[in-house]
Design a protein around this ligand. Structure first.
Ligand code: APR
Length: 312
């Protein structure tokens, strides 16, 4: 019998818990749920609760709660949510100095414990955190990616389906750039069953939805007092699944750019083919002059964030 895949989750909070449950439900592998020693009880308690759900539902997956990185050895995938989420009124960038220290600590540990894993970072501010993860671990760019575009695209798809009055299954959207106010909803590649969305909705409505998408995370923070967790978990799972099953899906995610789209030494949301090798290809789509200008502005904002992180 081949061994099951191993997926380690660093951070057993809201997103970590949802990830563990959903990975087990889909039987994508055995799960290790890790948190700091102070929160080891939470990690262990959630793991037991999920194991007991597996017994009820008949899912074949083991879930282990721990604060010991030794348990992550041999991981195929690691998903990082360690850090502090936003409170109402905070931007993602406000989390920079707190979460940077946490990511550095996590990266130092993963460098030793899980050198062969695909690492998916979710912690915010995403583009700076995933950049730091690659820098500290020294892992190759095809093995370190950030989850943001999948989530931002899903938010936009959700609003489009609602406005058009169609199934969300038929909506295909692509949101690129940094995971912040400057993200770029690429309308020229946004379709409903192949029909450009610009033929289906008036400009003012589309503009309002683009704006709502950029503030989509903040909208939820204002409502709940903390950040979203179901959709972020789902976005990361689609990336992990494409890797584990060698699906080669094209997913918008933060990838390390080495000249693609004219940017270098930067993580930013671009369309990525994720397969058995991790990042197998960064797809360079043709953008309109207006979209490229917007992407340039987004790249500039990400660069400023990465430069600020380098000084901390
Ligand atoms: N190592 C491991 N886990 C850590 C560390 C660390 N050094 N520091 C903090 N954590 C844990 C916390 O103890 C907590 O359990 O990370 C967990 C984060 O969980 P939540 O506070 O519930 O936050 P969550 O909603 O899961 O979001 C996590 O993802 O989307 C981003 O902005 C969000 O940065 C935030 C992150």
């Amino acid at each position: 019998m081949p061994k099951r895949k191993k997926i380690s989750l660093i951070g057993a909070g809201n997103i970590g818990g949802e990830l563990a449950m959903e990975l087990a439900r889909r039987e994508l592998g055995d799960v290790v749920l890790l948190d700091i020693p102070d929160k080891a009880g939470v990690a262990k308690g959630k793991a037991l609760d999920i194991m007991q759900t597996c017994a009820l539902e008949g899912y074949d997956a083991n879930v282990l709660g721990t604060s010991d990185y030794g348990d992550t050895a041999g991981s195929d995938v690691v998903i990082v949510t360690a850090g502090v989420p936003r409170k109402p009124g905070m931007s993602r960038d406000d989390l920079l100095s707190i979460n940077l220290k946490i990511i550095r600590n996590v990266a130092e540990n993963l460098k030793k414990s899980a050198p062969n894993a695909l690492v998916i970072v979710i912690s915010n501010p995403l583009d700076a955190m995933v950049y730091e993860m690659k820098k500290v671990t020294g892992f190759s760019r095809n093995k370190v990616i950030g989850m943001a575009g999948a989530l931002d695209s899903a938010r936009f798809q959700c609003f489009i389906a609602e406005a058009v009055g169609c199934s969300v299954k038929d909506v295909n959207a692509m949101v690129l750039g940094g995971h912040g106010d400057t993200m770029v909803a690429v309308l020229s590649y946004t379709t409903v069953k192949g029909v450009p969305v610009t033929q289906l909705l008036p400009k003012d409505k589309l503009d309002a939805m683009v704006k709502r998408t950029a503030g989509g995370g903040g909208e939820i923070v204002t409502l709940m007092g903390t950040s979203a967790f179901y959709a972020p978990a789902s976005g990361a799972i689609s990336m992990a699944e494409s890797y584990l099953k060698a699906q080669r899906r094209t997913i918008a995610c933060a990838a390390f750019l080495e000249g693609e789209y004219g940017y270098k030494d930067l993580y930013m949301g671009v369309p990525v083919v994720i397969g058995a090798e991790g990042v197998e290809k960064i797809v360079e789509i043709k953008l309109s002059a207006e979209e490229k200008t917007q992407l340039d502005a987004s790249a500039k904002a990400v660069r400023e964030l990465i430069d600020a992180a380098a000084k901390l």
